[in-house]
Design a protein. Structure first.
Ligand code: NAX
Length: 327
């Protein structure tokens, strides 16, 4: 049987953690034949550590055959030791009256420290997924704080936006989600993201043609996907958790196990493709094979798409400027 893979999860006692850990331990992320060891990080706060212990008790009570071990941590230097994968979920939420720049600064502190710890103790091949918001900028900060690790090891989660888009499209066109190919989301995980179905197909037919209604893209589709997080909070009284955990599983599984040619969306450090400045953590259409992602190249960017891409890029640049003095 395979040697266990070590997976670190931060914010492990939070809402997303509660949906995420059980699925990792059951083999849904790394494969049904792949044992895992969970290295769980929470803030040192007594309540958080106690809640983490409770989650670990429940993990024990599932008797998952693939769960080869688990440990609780309050220091990233021990939590990230020798890990193969990191899911950085824990972040500082926006408190009442907190300004955007305070939020950026609080998170910059967390992701600088975690980037340094990854740099010091993680496996050199570690795959890092940042979920905690602002996800793209937090991933950028962690990458910049880990100069000895390859930049390509750092990614941000755009997959929830991708999956939200797929479901809206499937409903509109009256097709199965699984039949939609070559759809993607560009840019920042925020309402400025650009969900792009110009290239999407269903069984070889253009989804755009099937939908017909050109106005729907601007007036319904983009605003619905962009504001979906807020709509969930409005309905549930809590932010997306199970769907976020599901997207994290999808992202990491596809990165590790491959997409068999299928496009997915990942936030990755730009290599300059599509005119995005190098190192900007940007949502791109990618395919994955052999543990590596590759940007889908050569897509035509029309005027409307360029305007949307410019807008989400401007927001990312602004976030980057907001933290540059802290790096
Ligand atoms: P919760 O507040 O339920 O849980 C977060 C947990 O992280 C808490 O238990 C907290 O103690 C812990 N934490 C905070 N700072 C930490 C640190 N420095 N080290 C370790 N643990 C730390 O939030 P939850 O609903 O689980 O959401 C987590 C993050 O995901 C938030 O930042 C949220 O904004 C973000 N999201 C990102 C999404 C994406 O698509 N990229 C979608 C869902 C979600 O909104």
């Amino acid at each position: 049987s395979k040697a266990p893979m070590k997976v670190a999860v931060t914010g492990a006692a939070g809402q997303i953690g509660y949906s995420l850990l059980f699925r990792i331990a059951s083999g849904e992320m790394l494969g049904k034949d792949q044992p895992v060891e969970l290295q769980l990080l929470e803030i040192p706060d007594e309540k958080a550590q106690k809640a983490l212990k409770g989650v670990m008790m429940e993990l024990e009570d599932c008797a998952f055959p693939l769960l080869a071990g688990m440990s609780a941590h309050s220091d990233p230097m021990t939590a990230f030791k020798d890990i193969d994968c990191a899911l950085l979920v824990g972040a500082r939420p926006r408190g009442p009256g907190m300004e955007r720049k305070d939020l950026l600064a609080a998170n910059a502190q967390i992701f600088t420290a975690q980037g340094k710890a990854l740099n010091a103790v993680a496996k050199r091949t570690v795959k890092v997924l940042v979920v905690g918001n602002p996800a793209n900028t937090n991933a950028y900060i962690a990458m910049k704080s880990a100069p000895d690790l390859p930049k390509k090891n750092f990614t941000a989660m755009l997959r929830l936006d991708h999956n939200r888009g797929l479901s809206q499209l499937a409903a509109k066109a009256g097709v199965a989600v699984a039949d939609i190919e070559t759809f993607c989301v560009w840019g920042n995980h925020s309402p400025t993201m650009y969900a792009d179905y110009r290239f999407a197909t269903v069984k070889g037919k253009s989804l755009k043609d099937m939908i017909g209604d050109e106005e729907w893209n601007r007036t319904a589709f983009l605003p619905t996907v962009g504001k979906r997080g807020a709509a969930i909070i409005e309905a549930r009284g809590l932010s997306s958790a199970a769907s976020a955990a599901n997207a994290a599983i999808d992202h990491m599984r596809d990165w590790v196990l491959g997409t068999q040619g299928k496009w997915v969306t990942m936030g990755i450090p730009s290599d300059g493709s599509y005119g995005i400045p190098v190192d900007t953590m940007f949502g791109y259409p990618v395919t994955c094979e052999g543990g590596e992602y590759k940007i889908v190249q050569g897509l035509a960017i029309d005027e409307f798409s360029q305007t949307c891409i410019n807008k989400t890029l401007a927001e990312l640049n602004e976030e980057k400027d907001g933290v540059s003095h802290l790096l």
